[in-house]
Design a binder for this molecule. Structure first.
Ligand code: ARG
Length: 469
């Protein structure tokens, strides 16, 4: 217990200030000061509405707005003194406002509670983050599509089970990620739509007896409408959960690409090179070039998925309406979204930096009997074999080639005919990796002409989008 005076913001019925440890567990200013710009935005909207509704005077609203501008300027300049005794950003701002403008500051909190205030601030913050993330994700898509266009015809092995499966093009592989990111952006956009309702005016939990205009504050803050239930308004955090879920899924996509870059970078694969800009050396092994940025991007998903899990556990079983547990929503969300932003930026940089080594990819694409399916398809097409039989015949030919230690296109015709006498030399036309990829013209397939068209389509779409944004 402390013998200092009680908190001036809410301490009317308190004789003493909180214990040191109470302050420590209770205070959120250490992290929620990040919400100051959103807090001040919300307060300005609230004050203007209060004045318009005749709840406070126009003169007071003017003073409040001027004072809030000053507070924001101080925070931006780094001269603002945050106090832990004032617990959180809301009371720090209001307390400073009182220093600056005096009594009028005390009218700002009319028809409002920290409960709807923090819900509003946090929604505004998450919405701002979504907008930044969307632009950043579009940037990665651009980098990927540009690389895909340049490598629409660069052949590489396509894998299943990380075993050589069928040849594909590098451009096709990169465009797979452009599609994933498009869905990621869709998830954020959907979350944004649901998020974009204003809790402000829910007050502590039950609404208010003052004639406030919630539609007006919603509109001022760029929300589509006010939330329809005040209890829900102060106690909902599913908007944050949804955005963390979207970030988790998207960062899983990036971790897969990061993992591929790590694999491709190994001397055993040697498919791609990253420059000095995106690699690091070893303090003991002079030969090393390590893909640390890719590894860290792969790892960040742990924090992001952890943030979702953390907030889900905070919210689970919380009775309506607000509980202080919900203060735990912020740190994990801040950290996850900051980490995610970093991953996106690092990946965008790496993709632009990444140079494939076409000869190595091409040689690898030809190994492991990767055109066996083409051979089976040829038997179906030319000899009218049922696919199951063609699969079996091809398997026997692969086995014979394996025994001889050669690839399919090096198999003498006679050896193939020993398995299936009707095979002619025309079969060789489908056994090269180039012809294999060229033949995959089905919609969404890997044929260079498809890939080029898709890459160009994406580039155009993304450019158009950027023009609009
Ligand atoms: N710092 C608090 C939070 O982040 C603000 C709301 C506090 N409300 C209250 N009734 N104590 O959740």
């Amino acid at each position: 217990m402390s013998d200092k005076p009680a908190n001036t913001m809410w301490g009317g019925r308190f004789a003493m200030s909180p214990a040191e440890i109470m302050q420590e567990i209770n205070a959120s200013i250490g992290f929620d000061k990040r919400l100051a710009p959103q807090d001040i935005r919300g307060s300005r909207a609230h004050a203007a509405m209060l004045a318009e509704a005749g709840i406070i005077t126009k003169a007071d609203a003017k003073e409040i707005t001027k004072g809030l501008d000053q507070v924001l300027a101080e925070i931006e300049a780094g001269t603002f003194k945050f106090s832990r005794a004032l617990e959180d950003v809301h009371m720090n701002v209001e307390s400073r406002l009182k220093d600056l403008i005096g009594a009028a500051a005390g009218r700002l909190h009319t028809a409002r509670s920290r409960n709807d205030q923090v819900a509003t601030d946090f929604r505004l913050y998450v919405r701002d983050q979504i907008d930044g993330l969307d632009a950043a994700l579009a940037g990665v898509q651009q980098a990927l599509a540009a690389k895909a266009e340049a490598h629409a015809g660069t052949v590489m092995p396509g894998f299943t089970h990380l075993q050589p499966a069928q040849p594909v093009t590098f451009g096709h592989h990169l465009l797979a990620y452009v599609e994933m990111i498009a869905r990621d952006r869709g998830r954020f956009a959907d979350a944004r739509k649901r998020l974009n309702e204003s809790p402000l005016g829910s007050a502590a939990l039950a609404g208010t007896s003052f004639p406030i205009d919630r539609h007006k504050t919603a509109e001022t803050l760029g929300f589509d409408k006010p939330m329809a239930n005040s209890l829900d308004g102060v106690s909902d955090r599913d908007f944050a959960l949804e955005v963390l879920a979207a970030a988790t899924i998207s960062s899983i996509h990036f971790s897969r690409l990061a993992e591929e870059i790590v694999i491709w970078m190994t001397p055993q694969f040697g498919f791609v090179q990253l420059s000095d800009k995106f690699t690091t050396g070893s303090s003991i092994m002079p030969q090393k070039r390590n893909p640390d940025a890719a590894e860290l991007s792969r790892a960040k998903v742990g924090r992001i998925a952890g943030a979702f899990q953390s907030l889900a556990m905070v919210m689970k079983g919380l009775p309506l309406a607000y509980s202080k547990d919900m203060q735990e929503d912020k740190e994990v969300t801040f950290d996850a979204l900051e980490s995610f932003k970093l991953v996106i930026a690092a990946m965008a940089g790496m993709i632009a930096d990444l140079e494939p080594v076409p000869e190595v990819m091409r040689a690898a694409a030809g190994r492991g009997y990767s055109t066996a399916t083409d051979l089976a398809d040829w038997l179906v097409r030319e000899l009218k074999m049922p696919f199951r039989d063609a699969h079996h015949v091809t398997g026997s030919i692969v086995k014979a080639a394996e025994k001889r230690g050669i690839e399919l296109d090096a198999m003498p015709l006679a050896d193939m005919q020993a398995v299936e006498p009707r095979i002619t030399k025309a079969v060789f036309s489908v056994l090269s990796v180039e012809n294999s990829v060229k033949s995959r013209v089905s919609y969404g397939g890997t044929a260079p002409q498809n890939v080029l068209k898709m890459a160009k389509g994406w580039i155009k779409r993304l450019e158009k989008e950027r023009g609009k944004g």
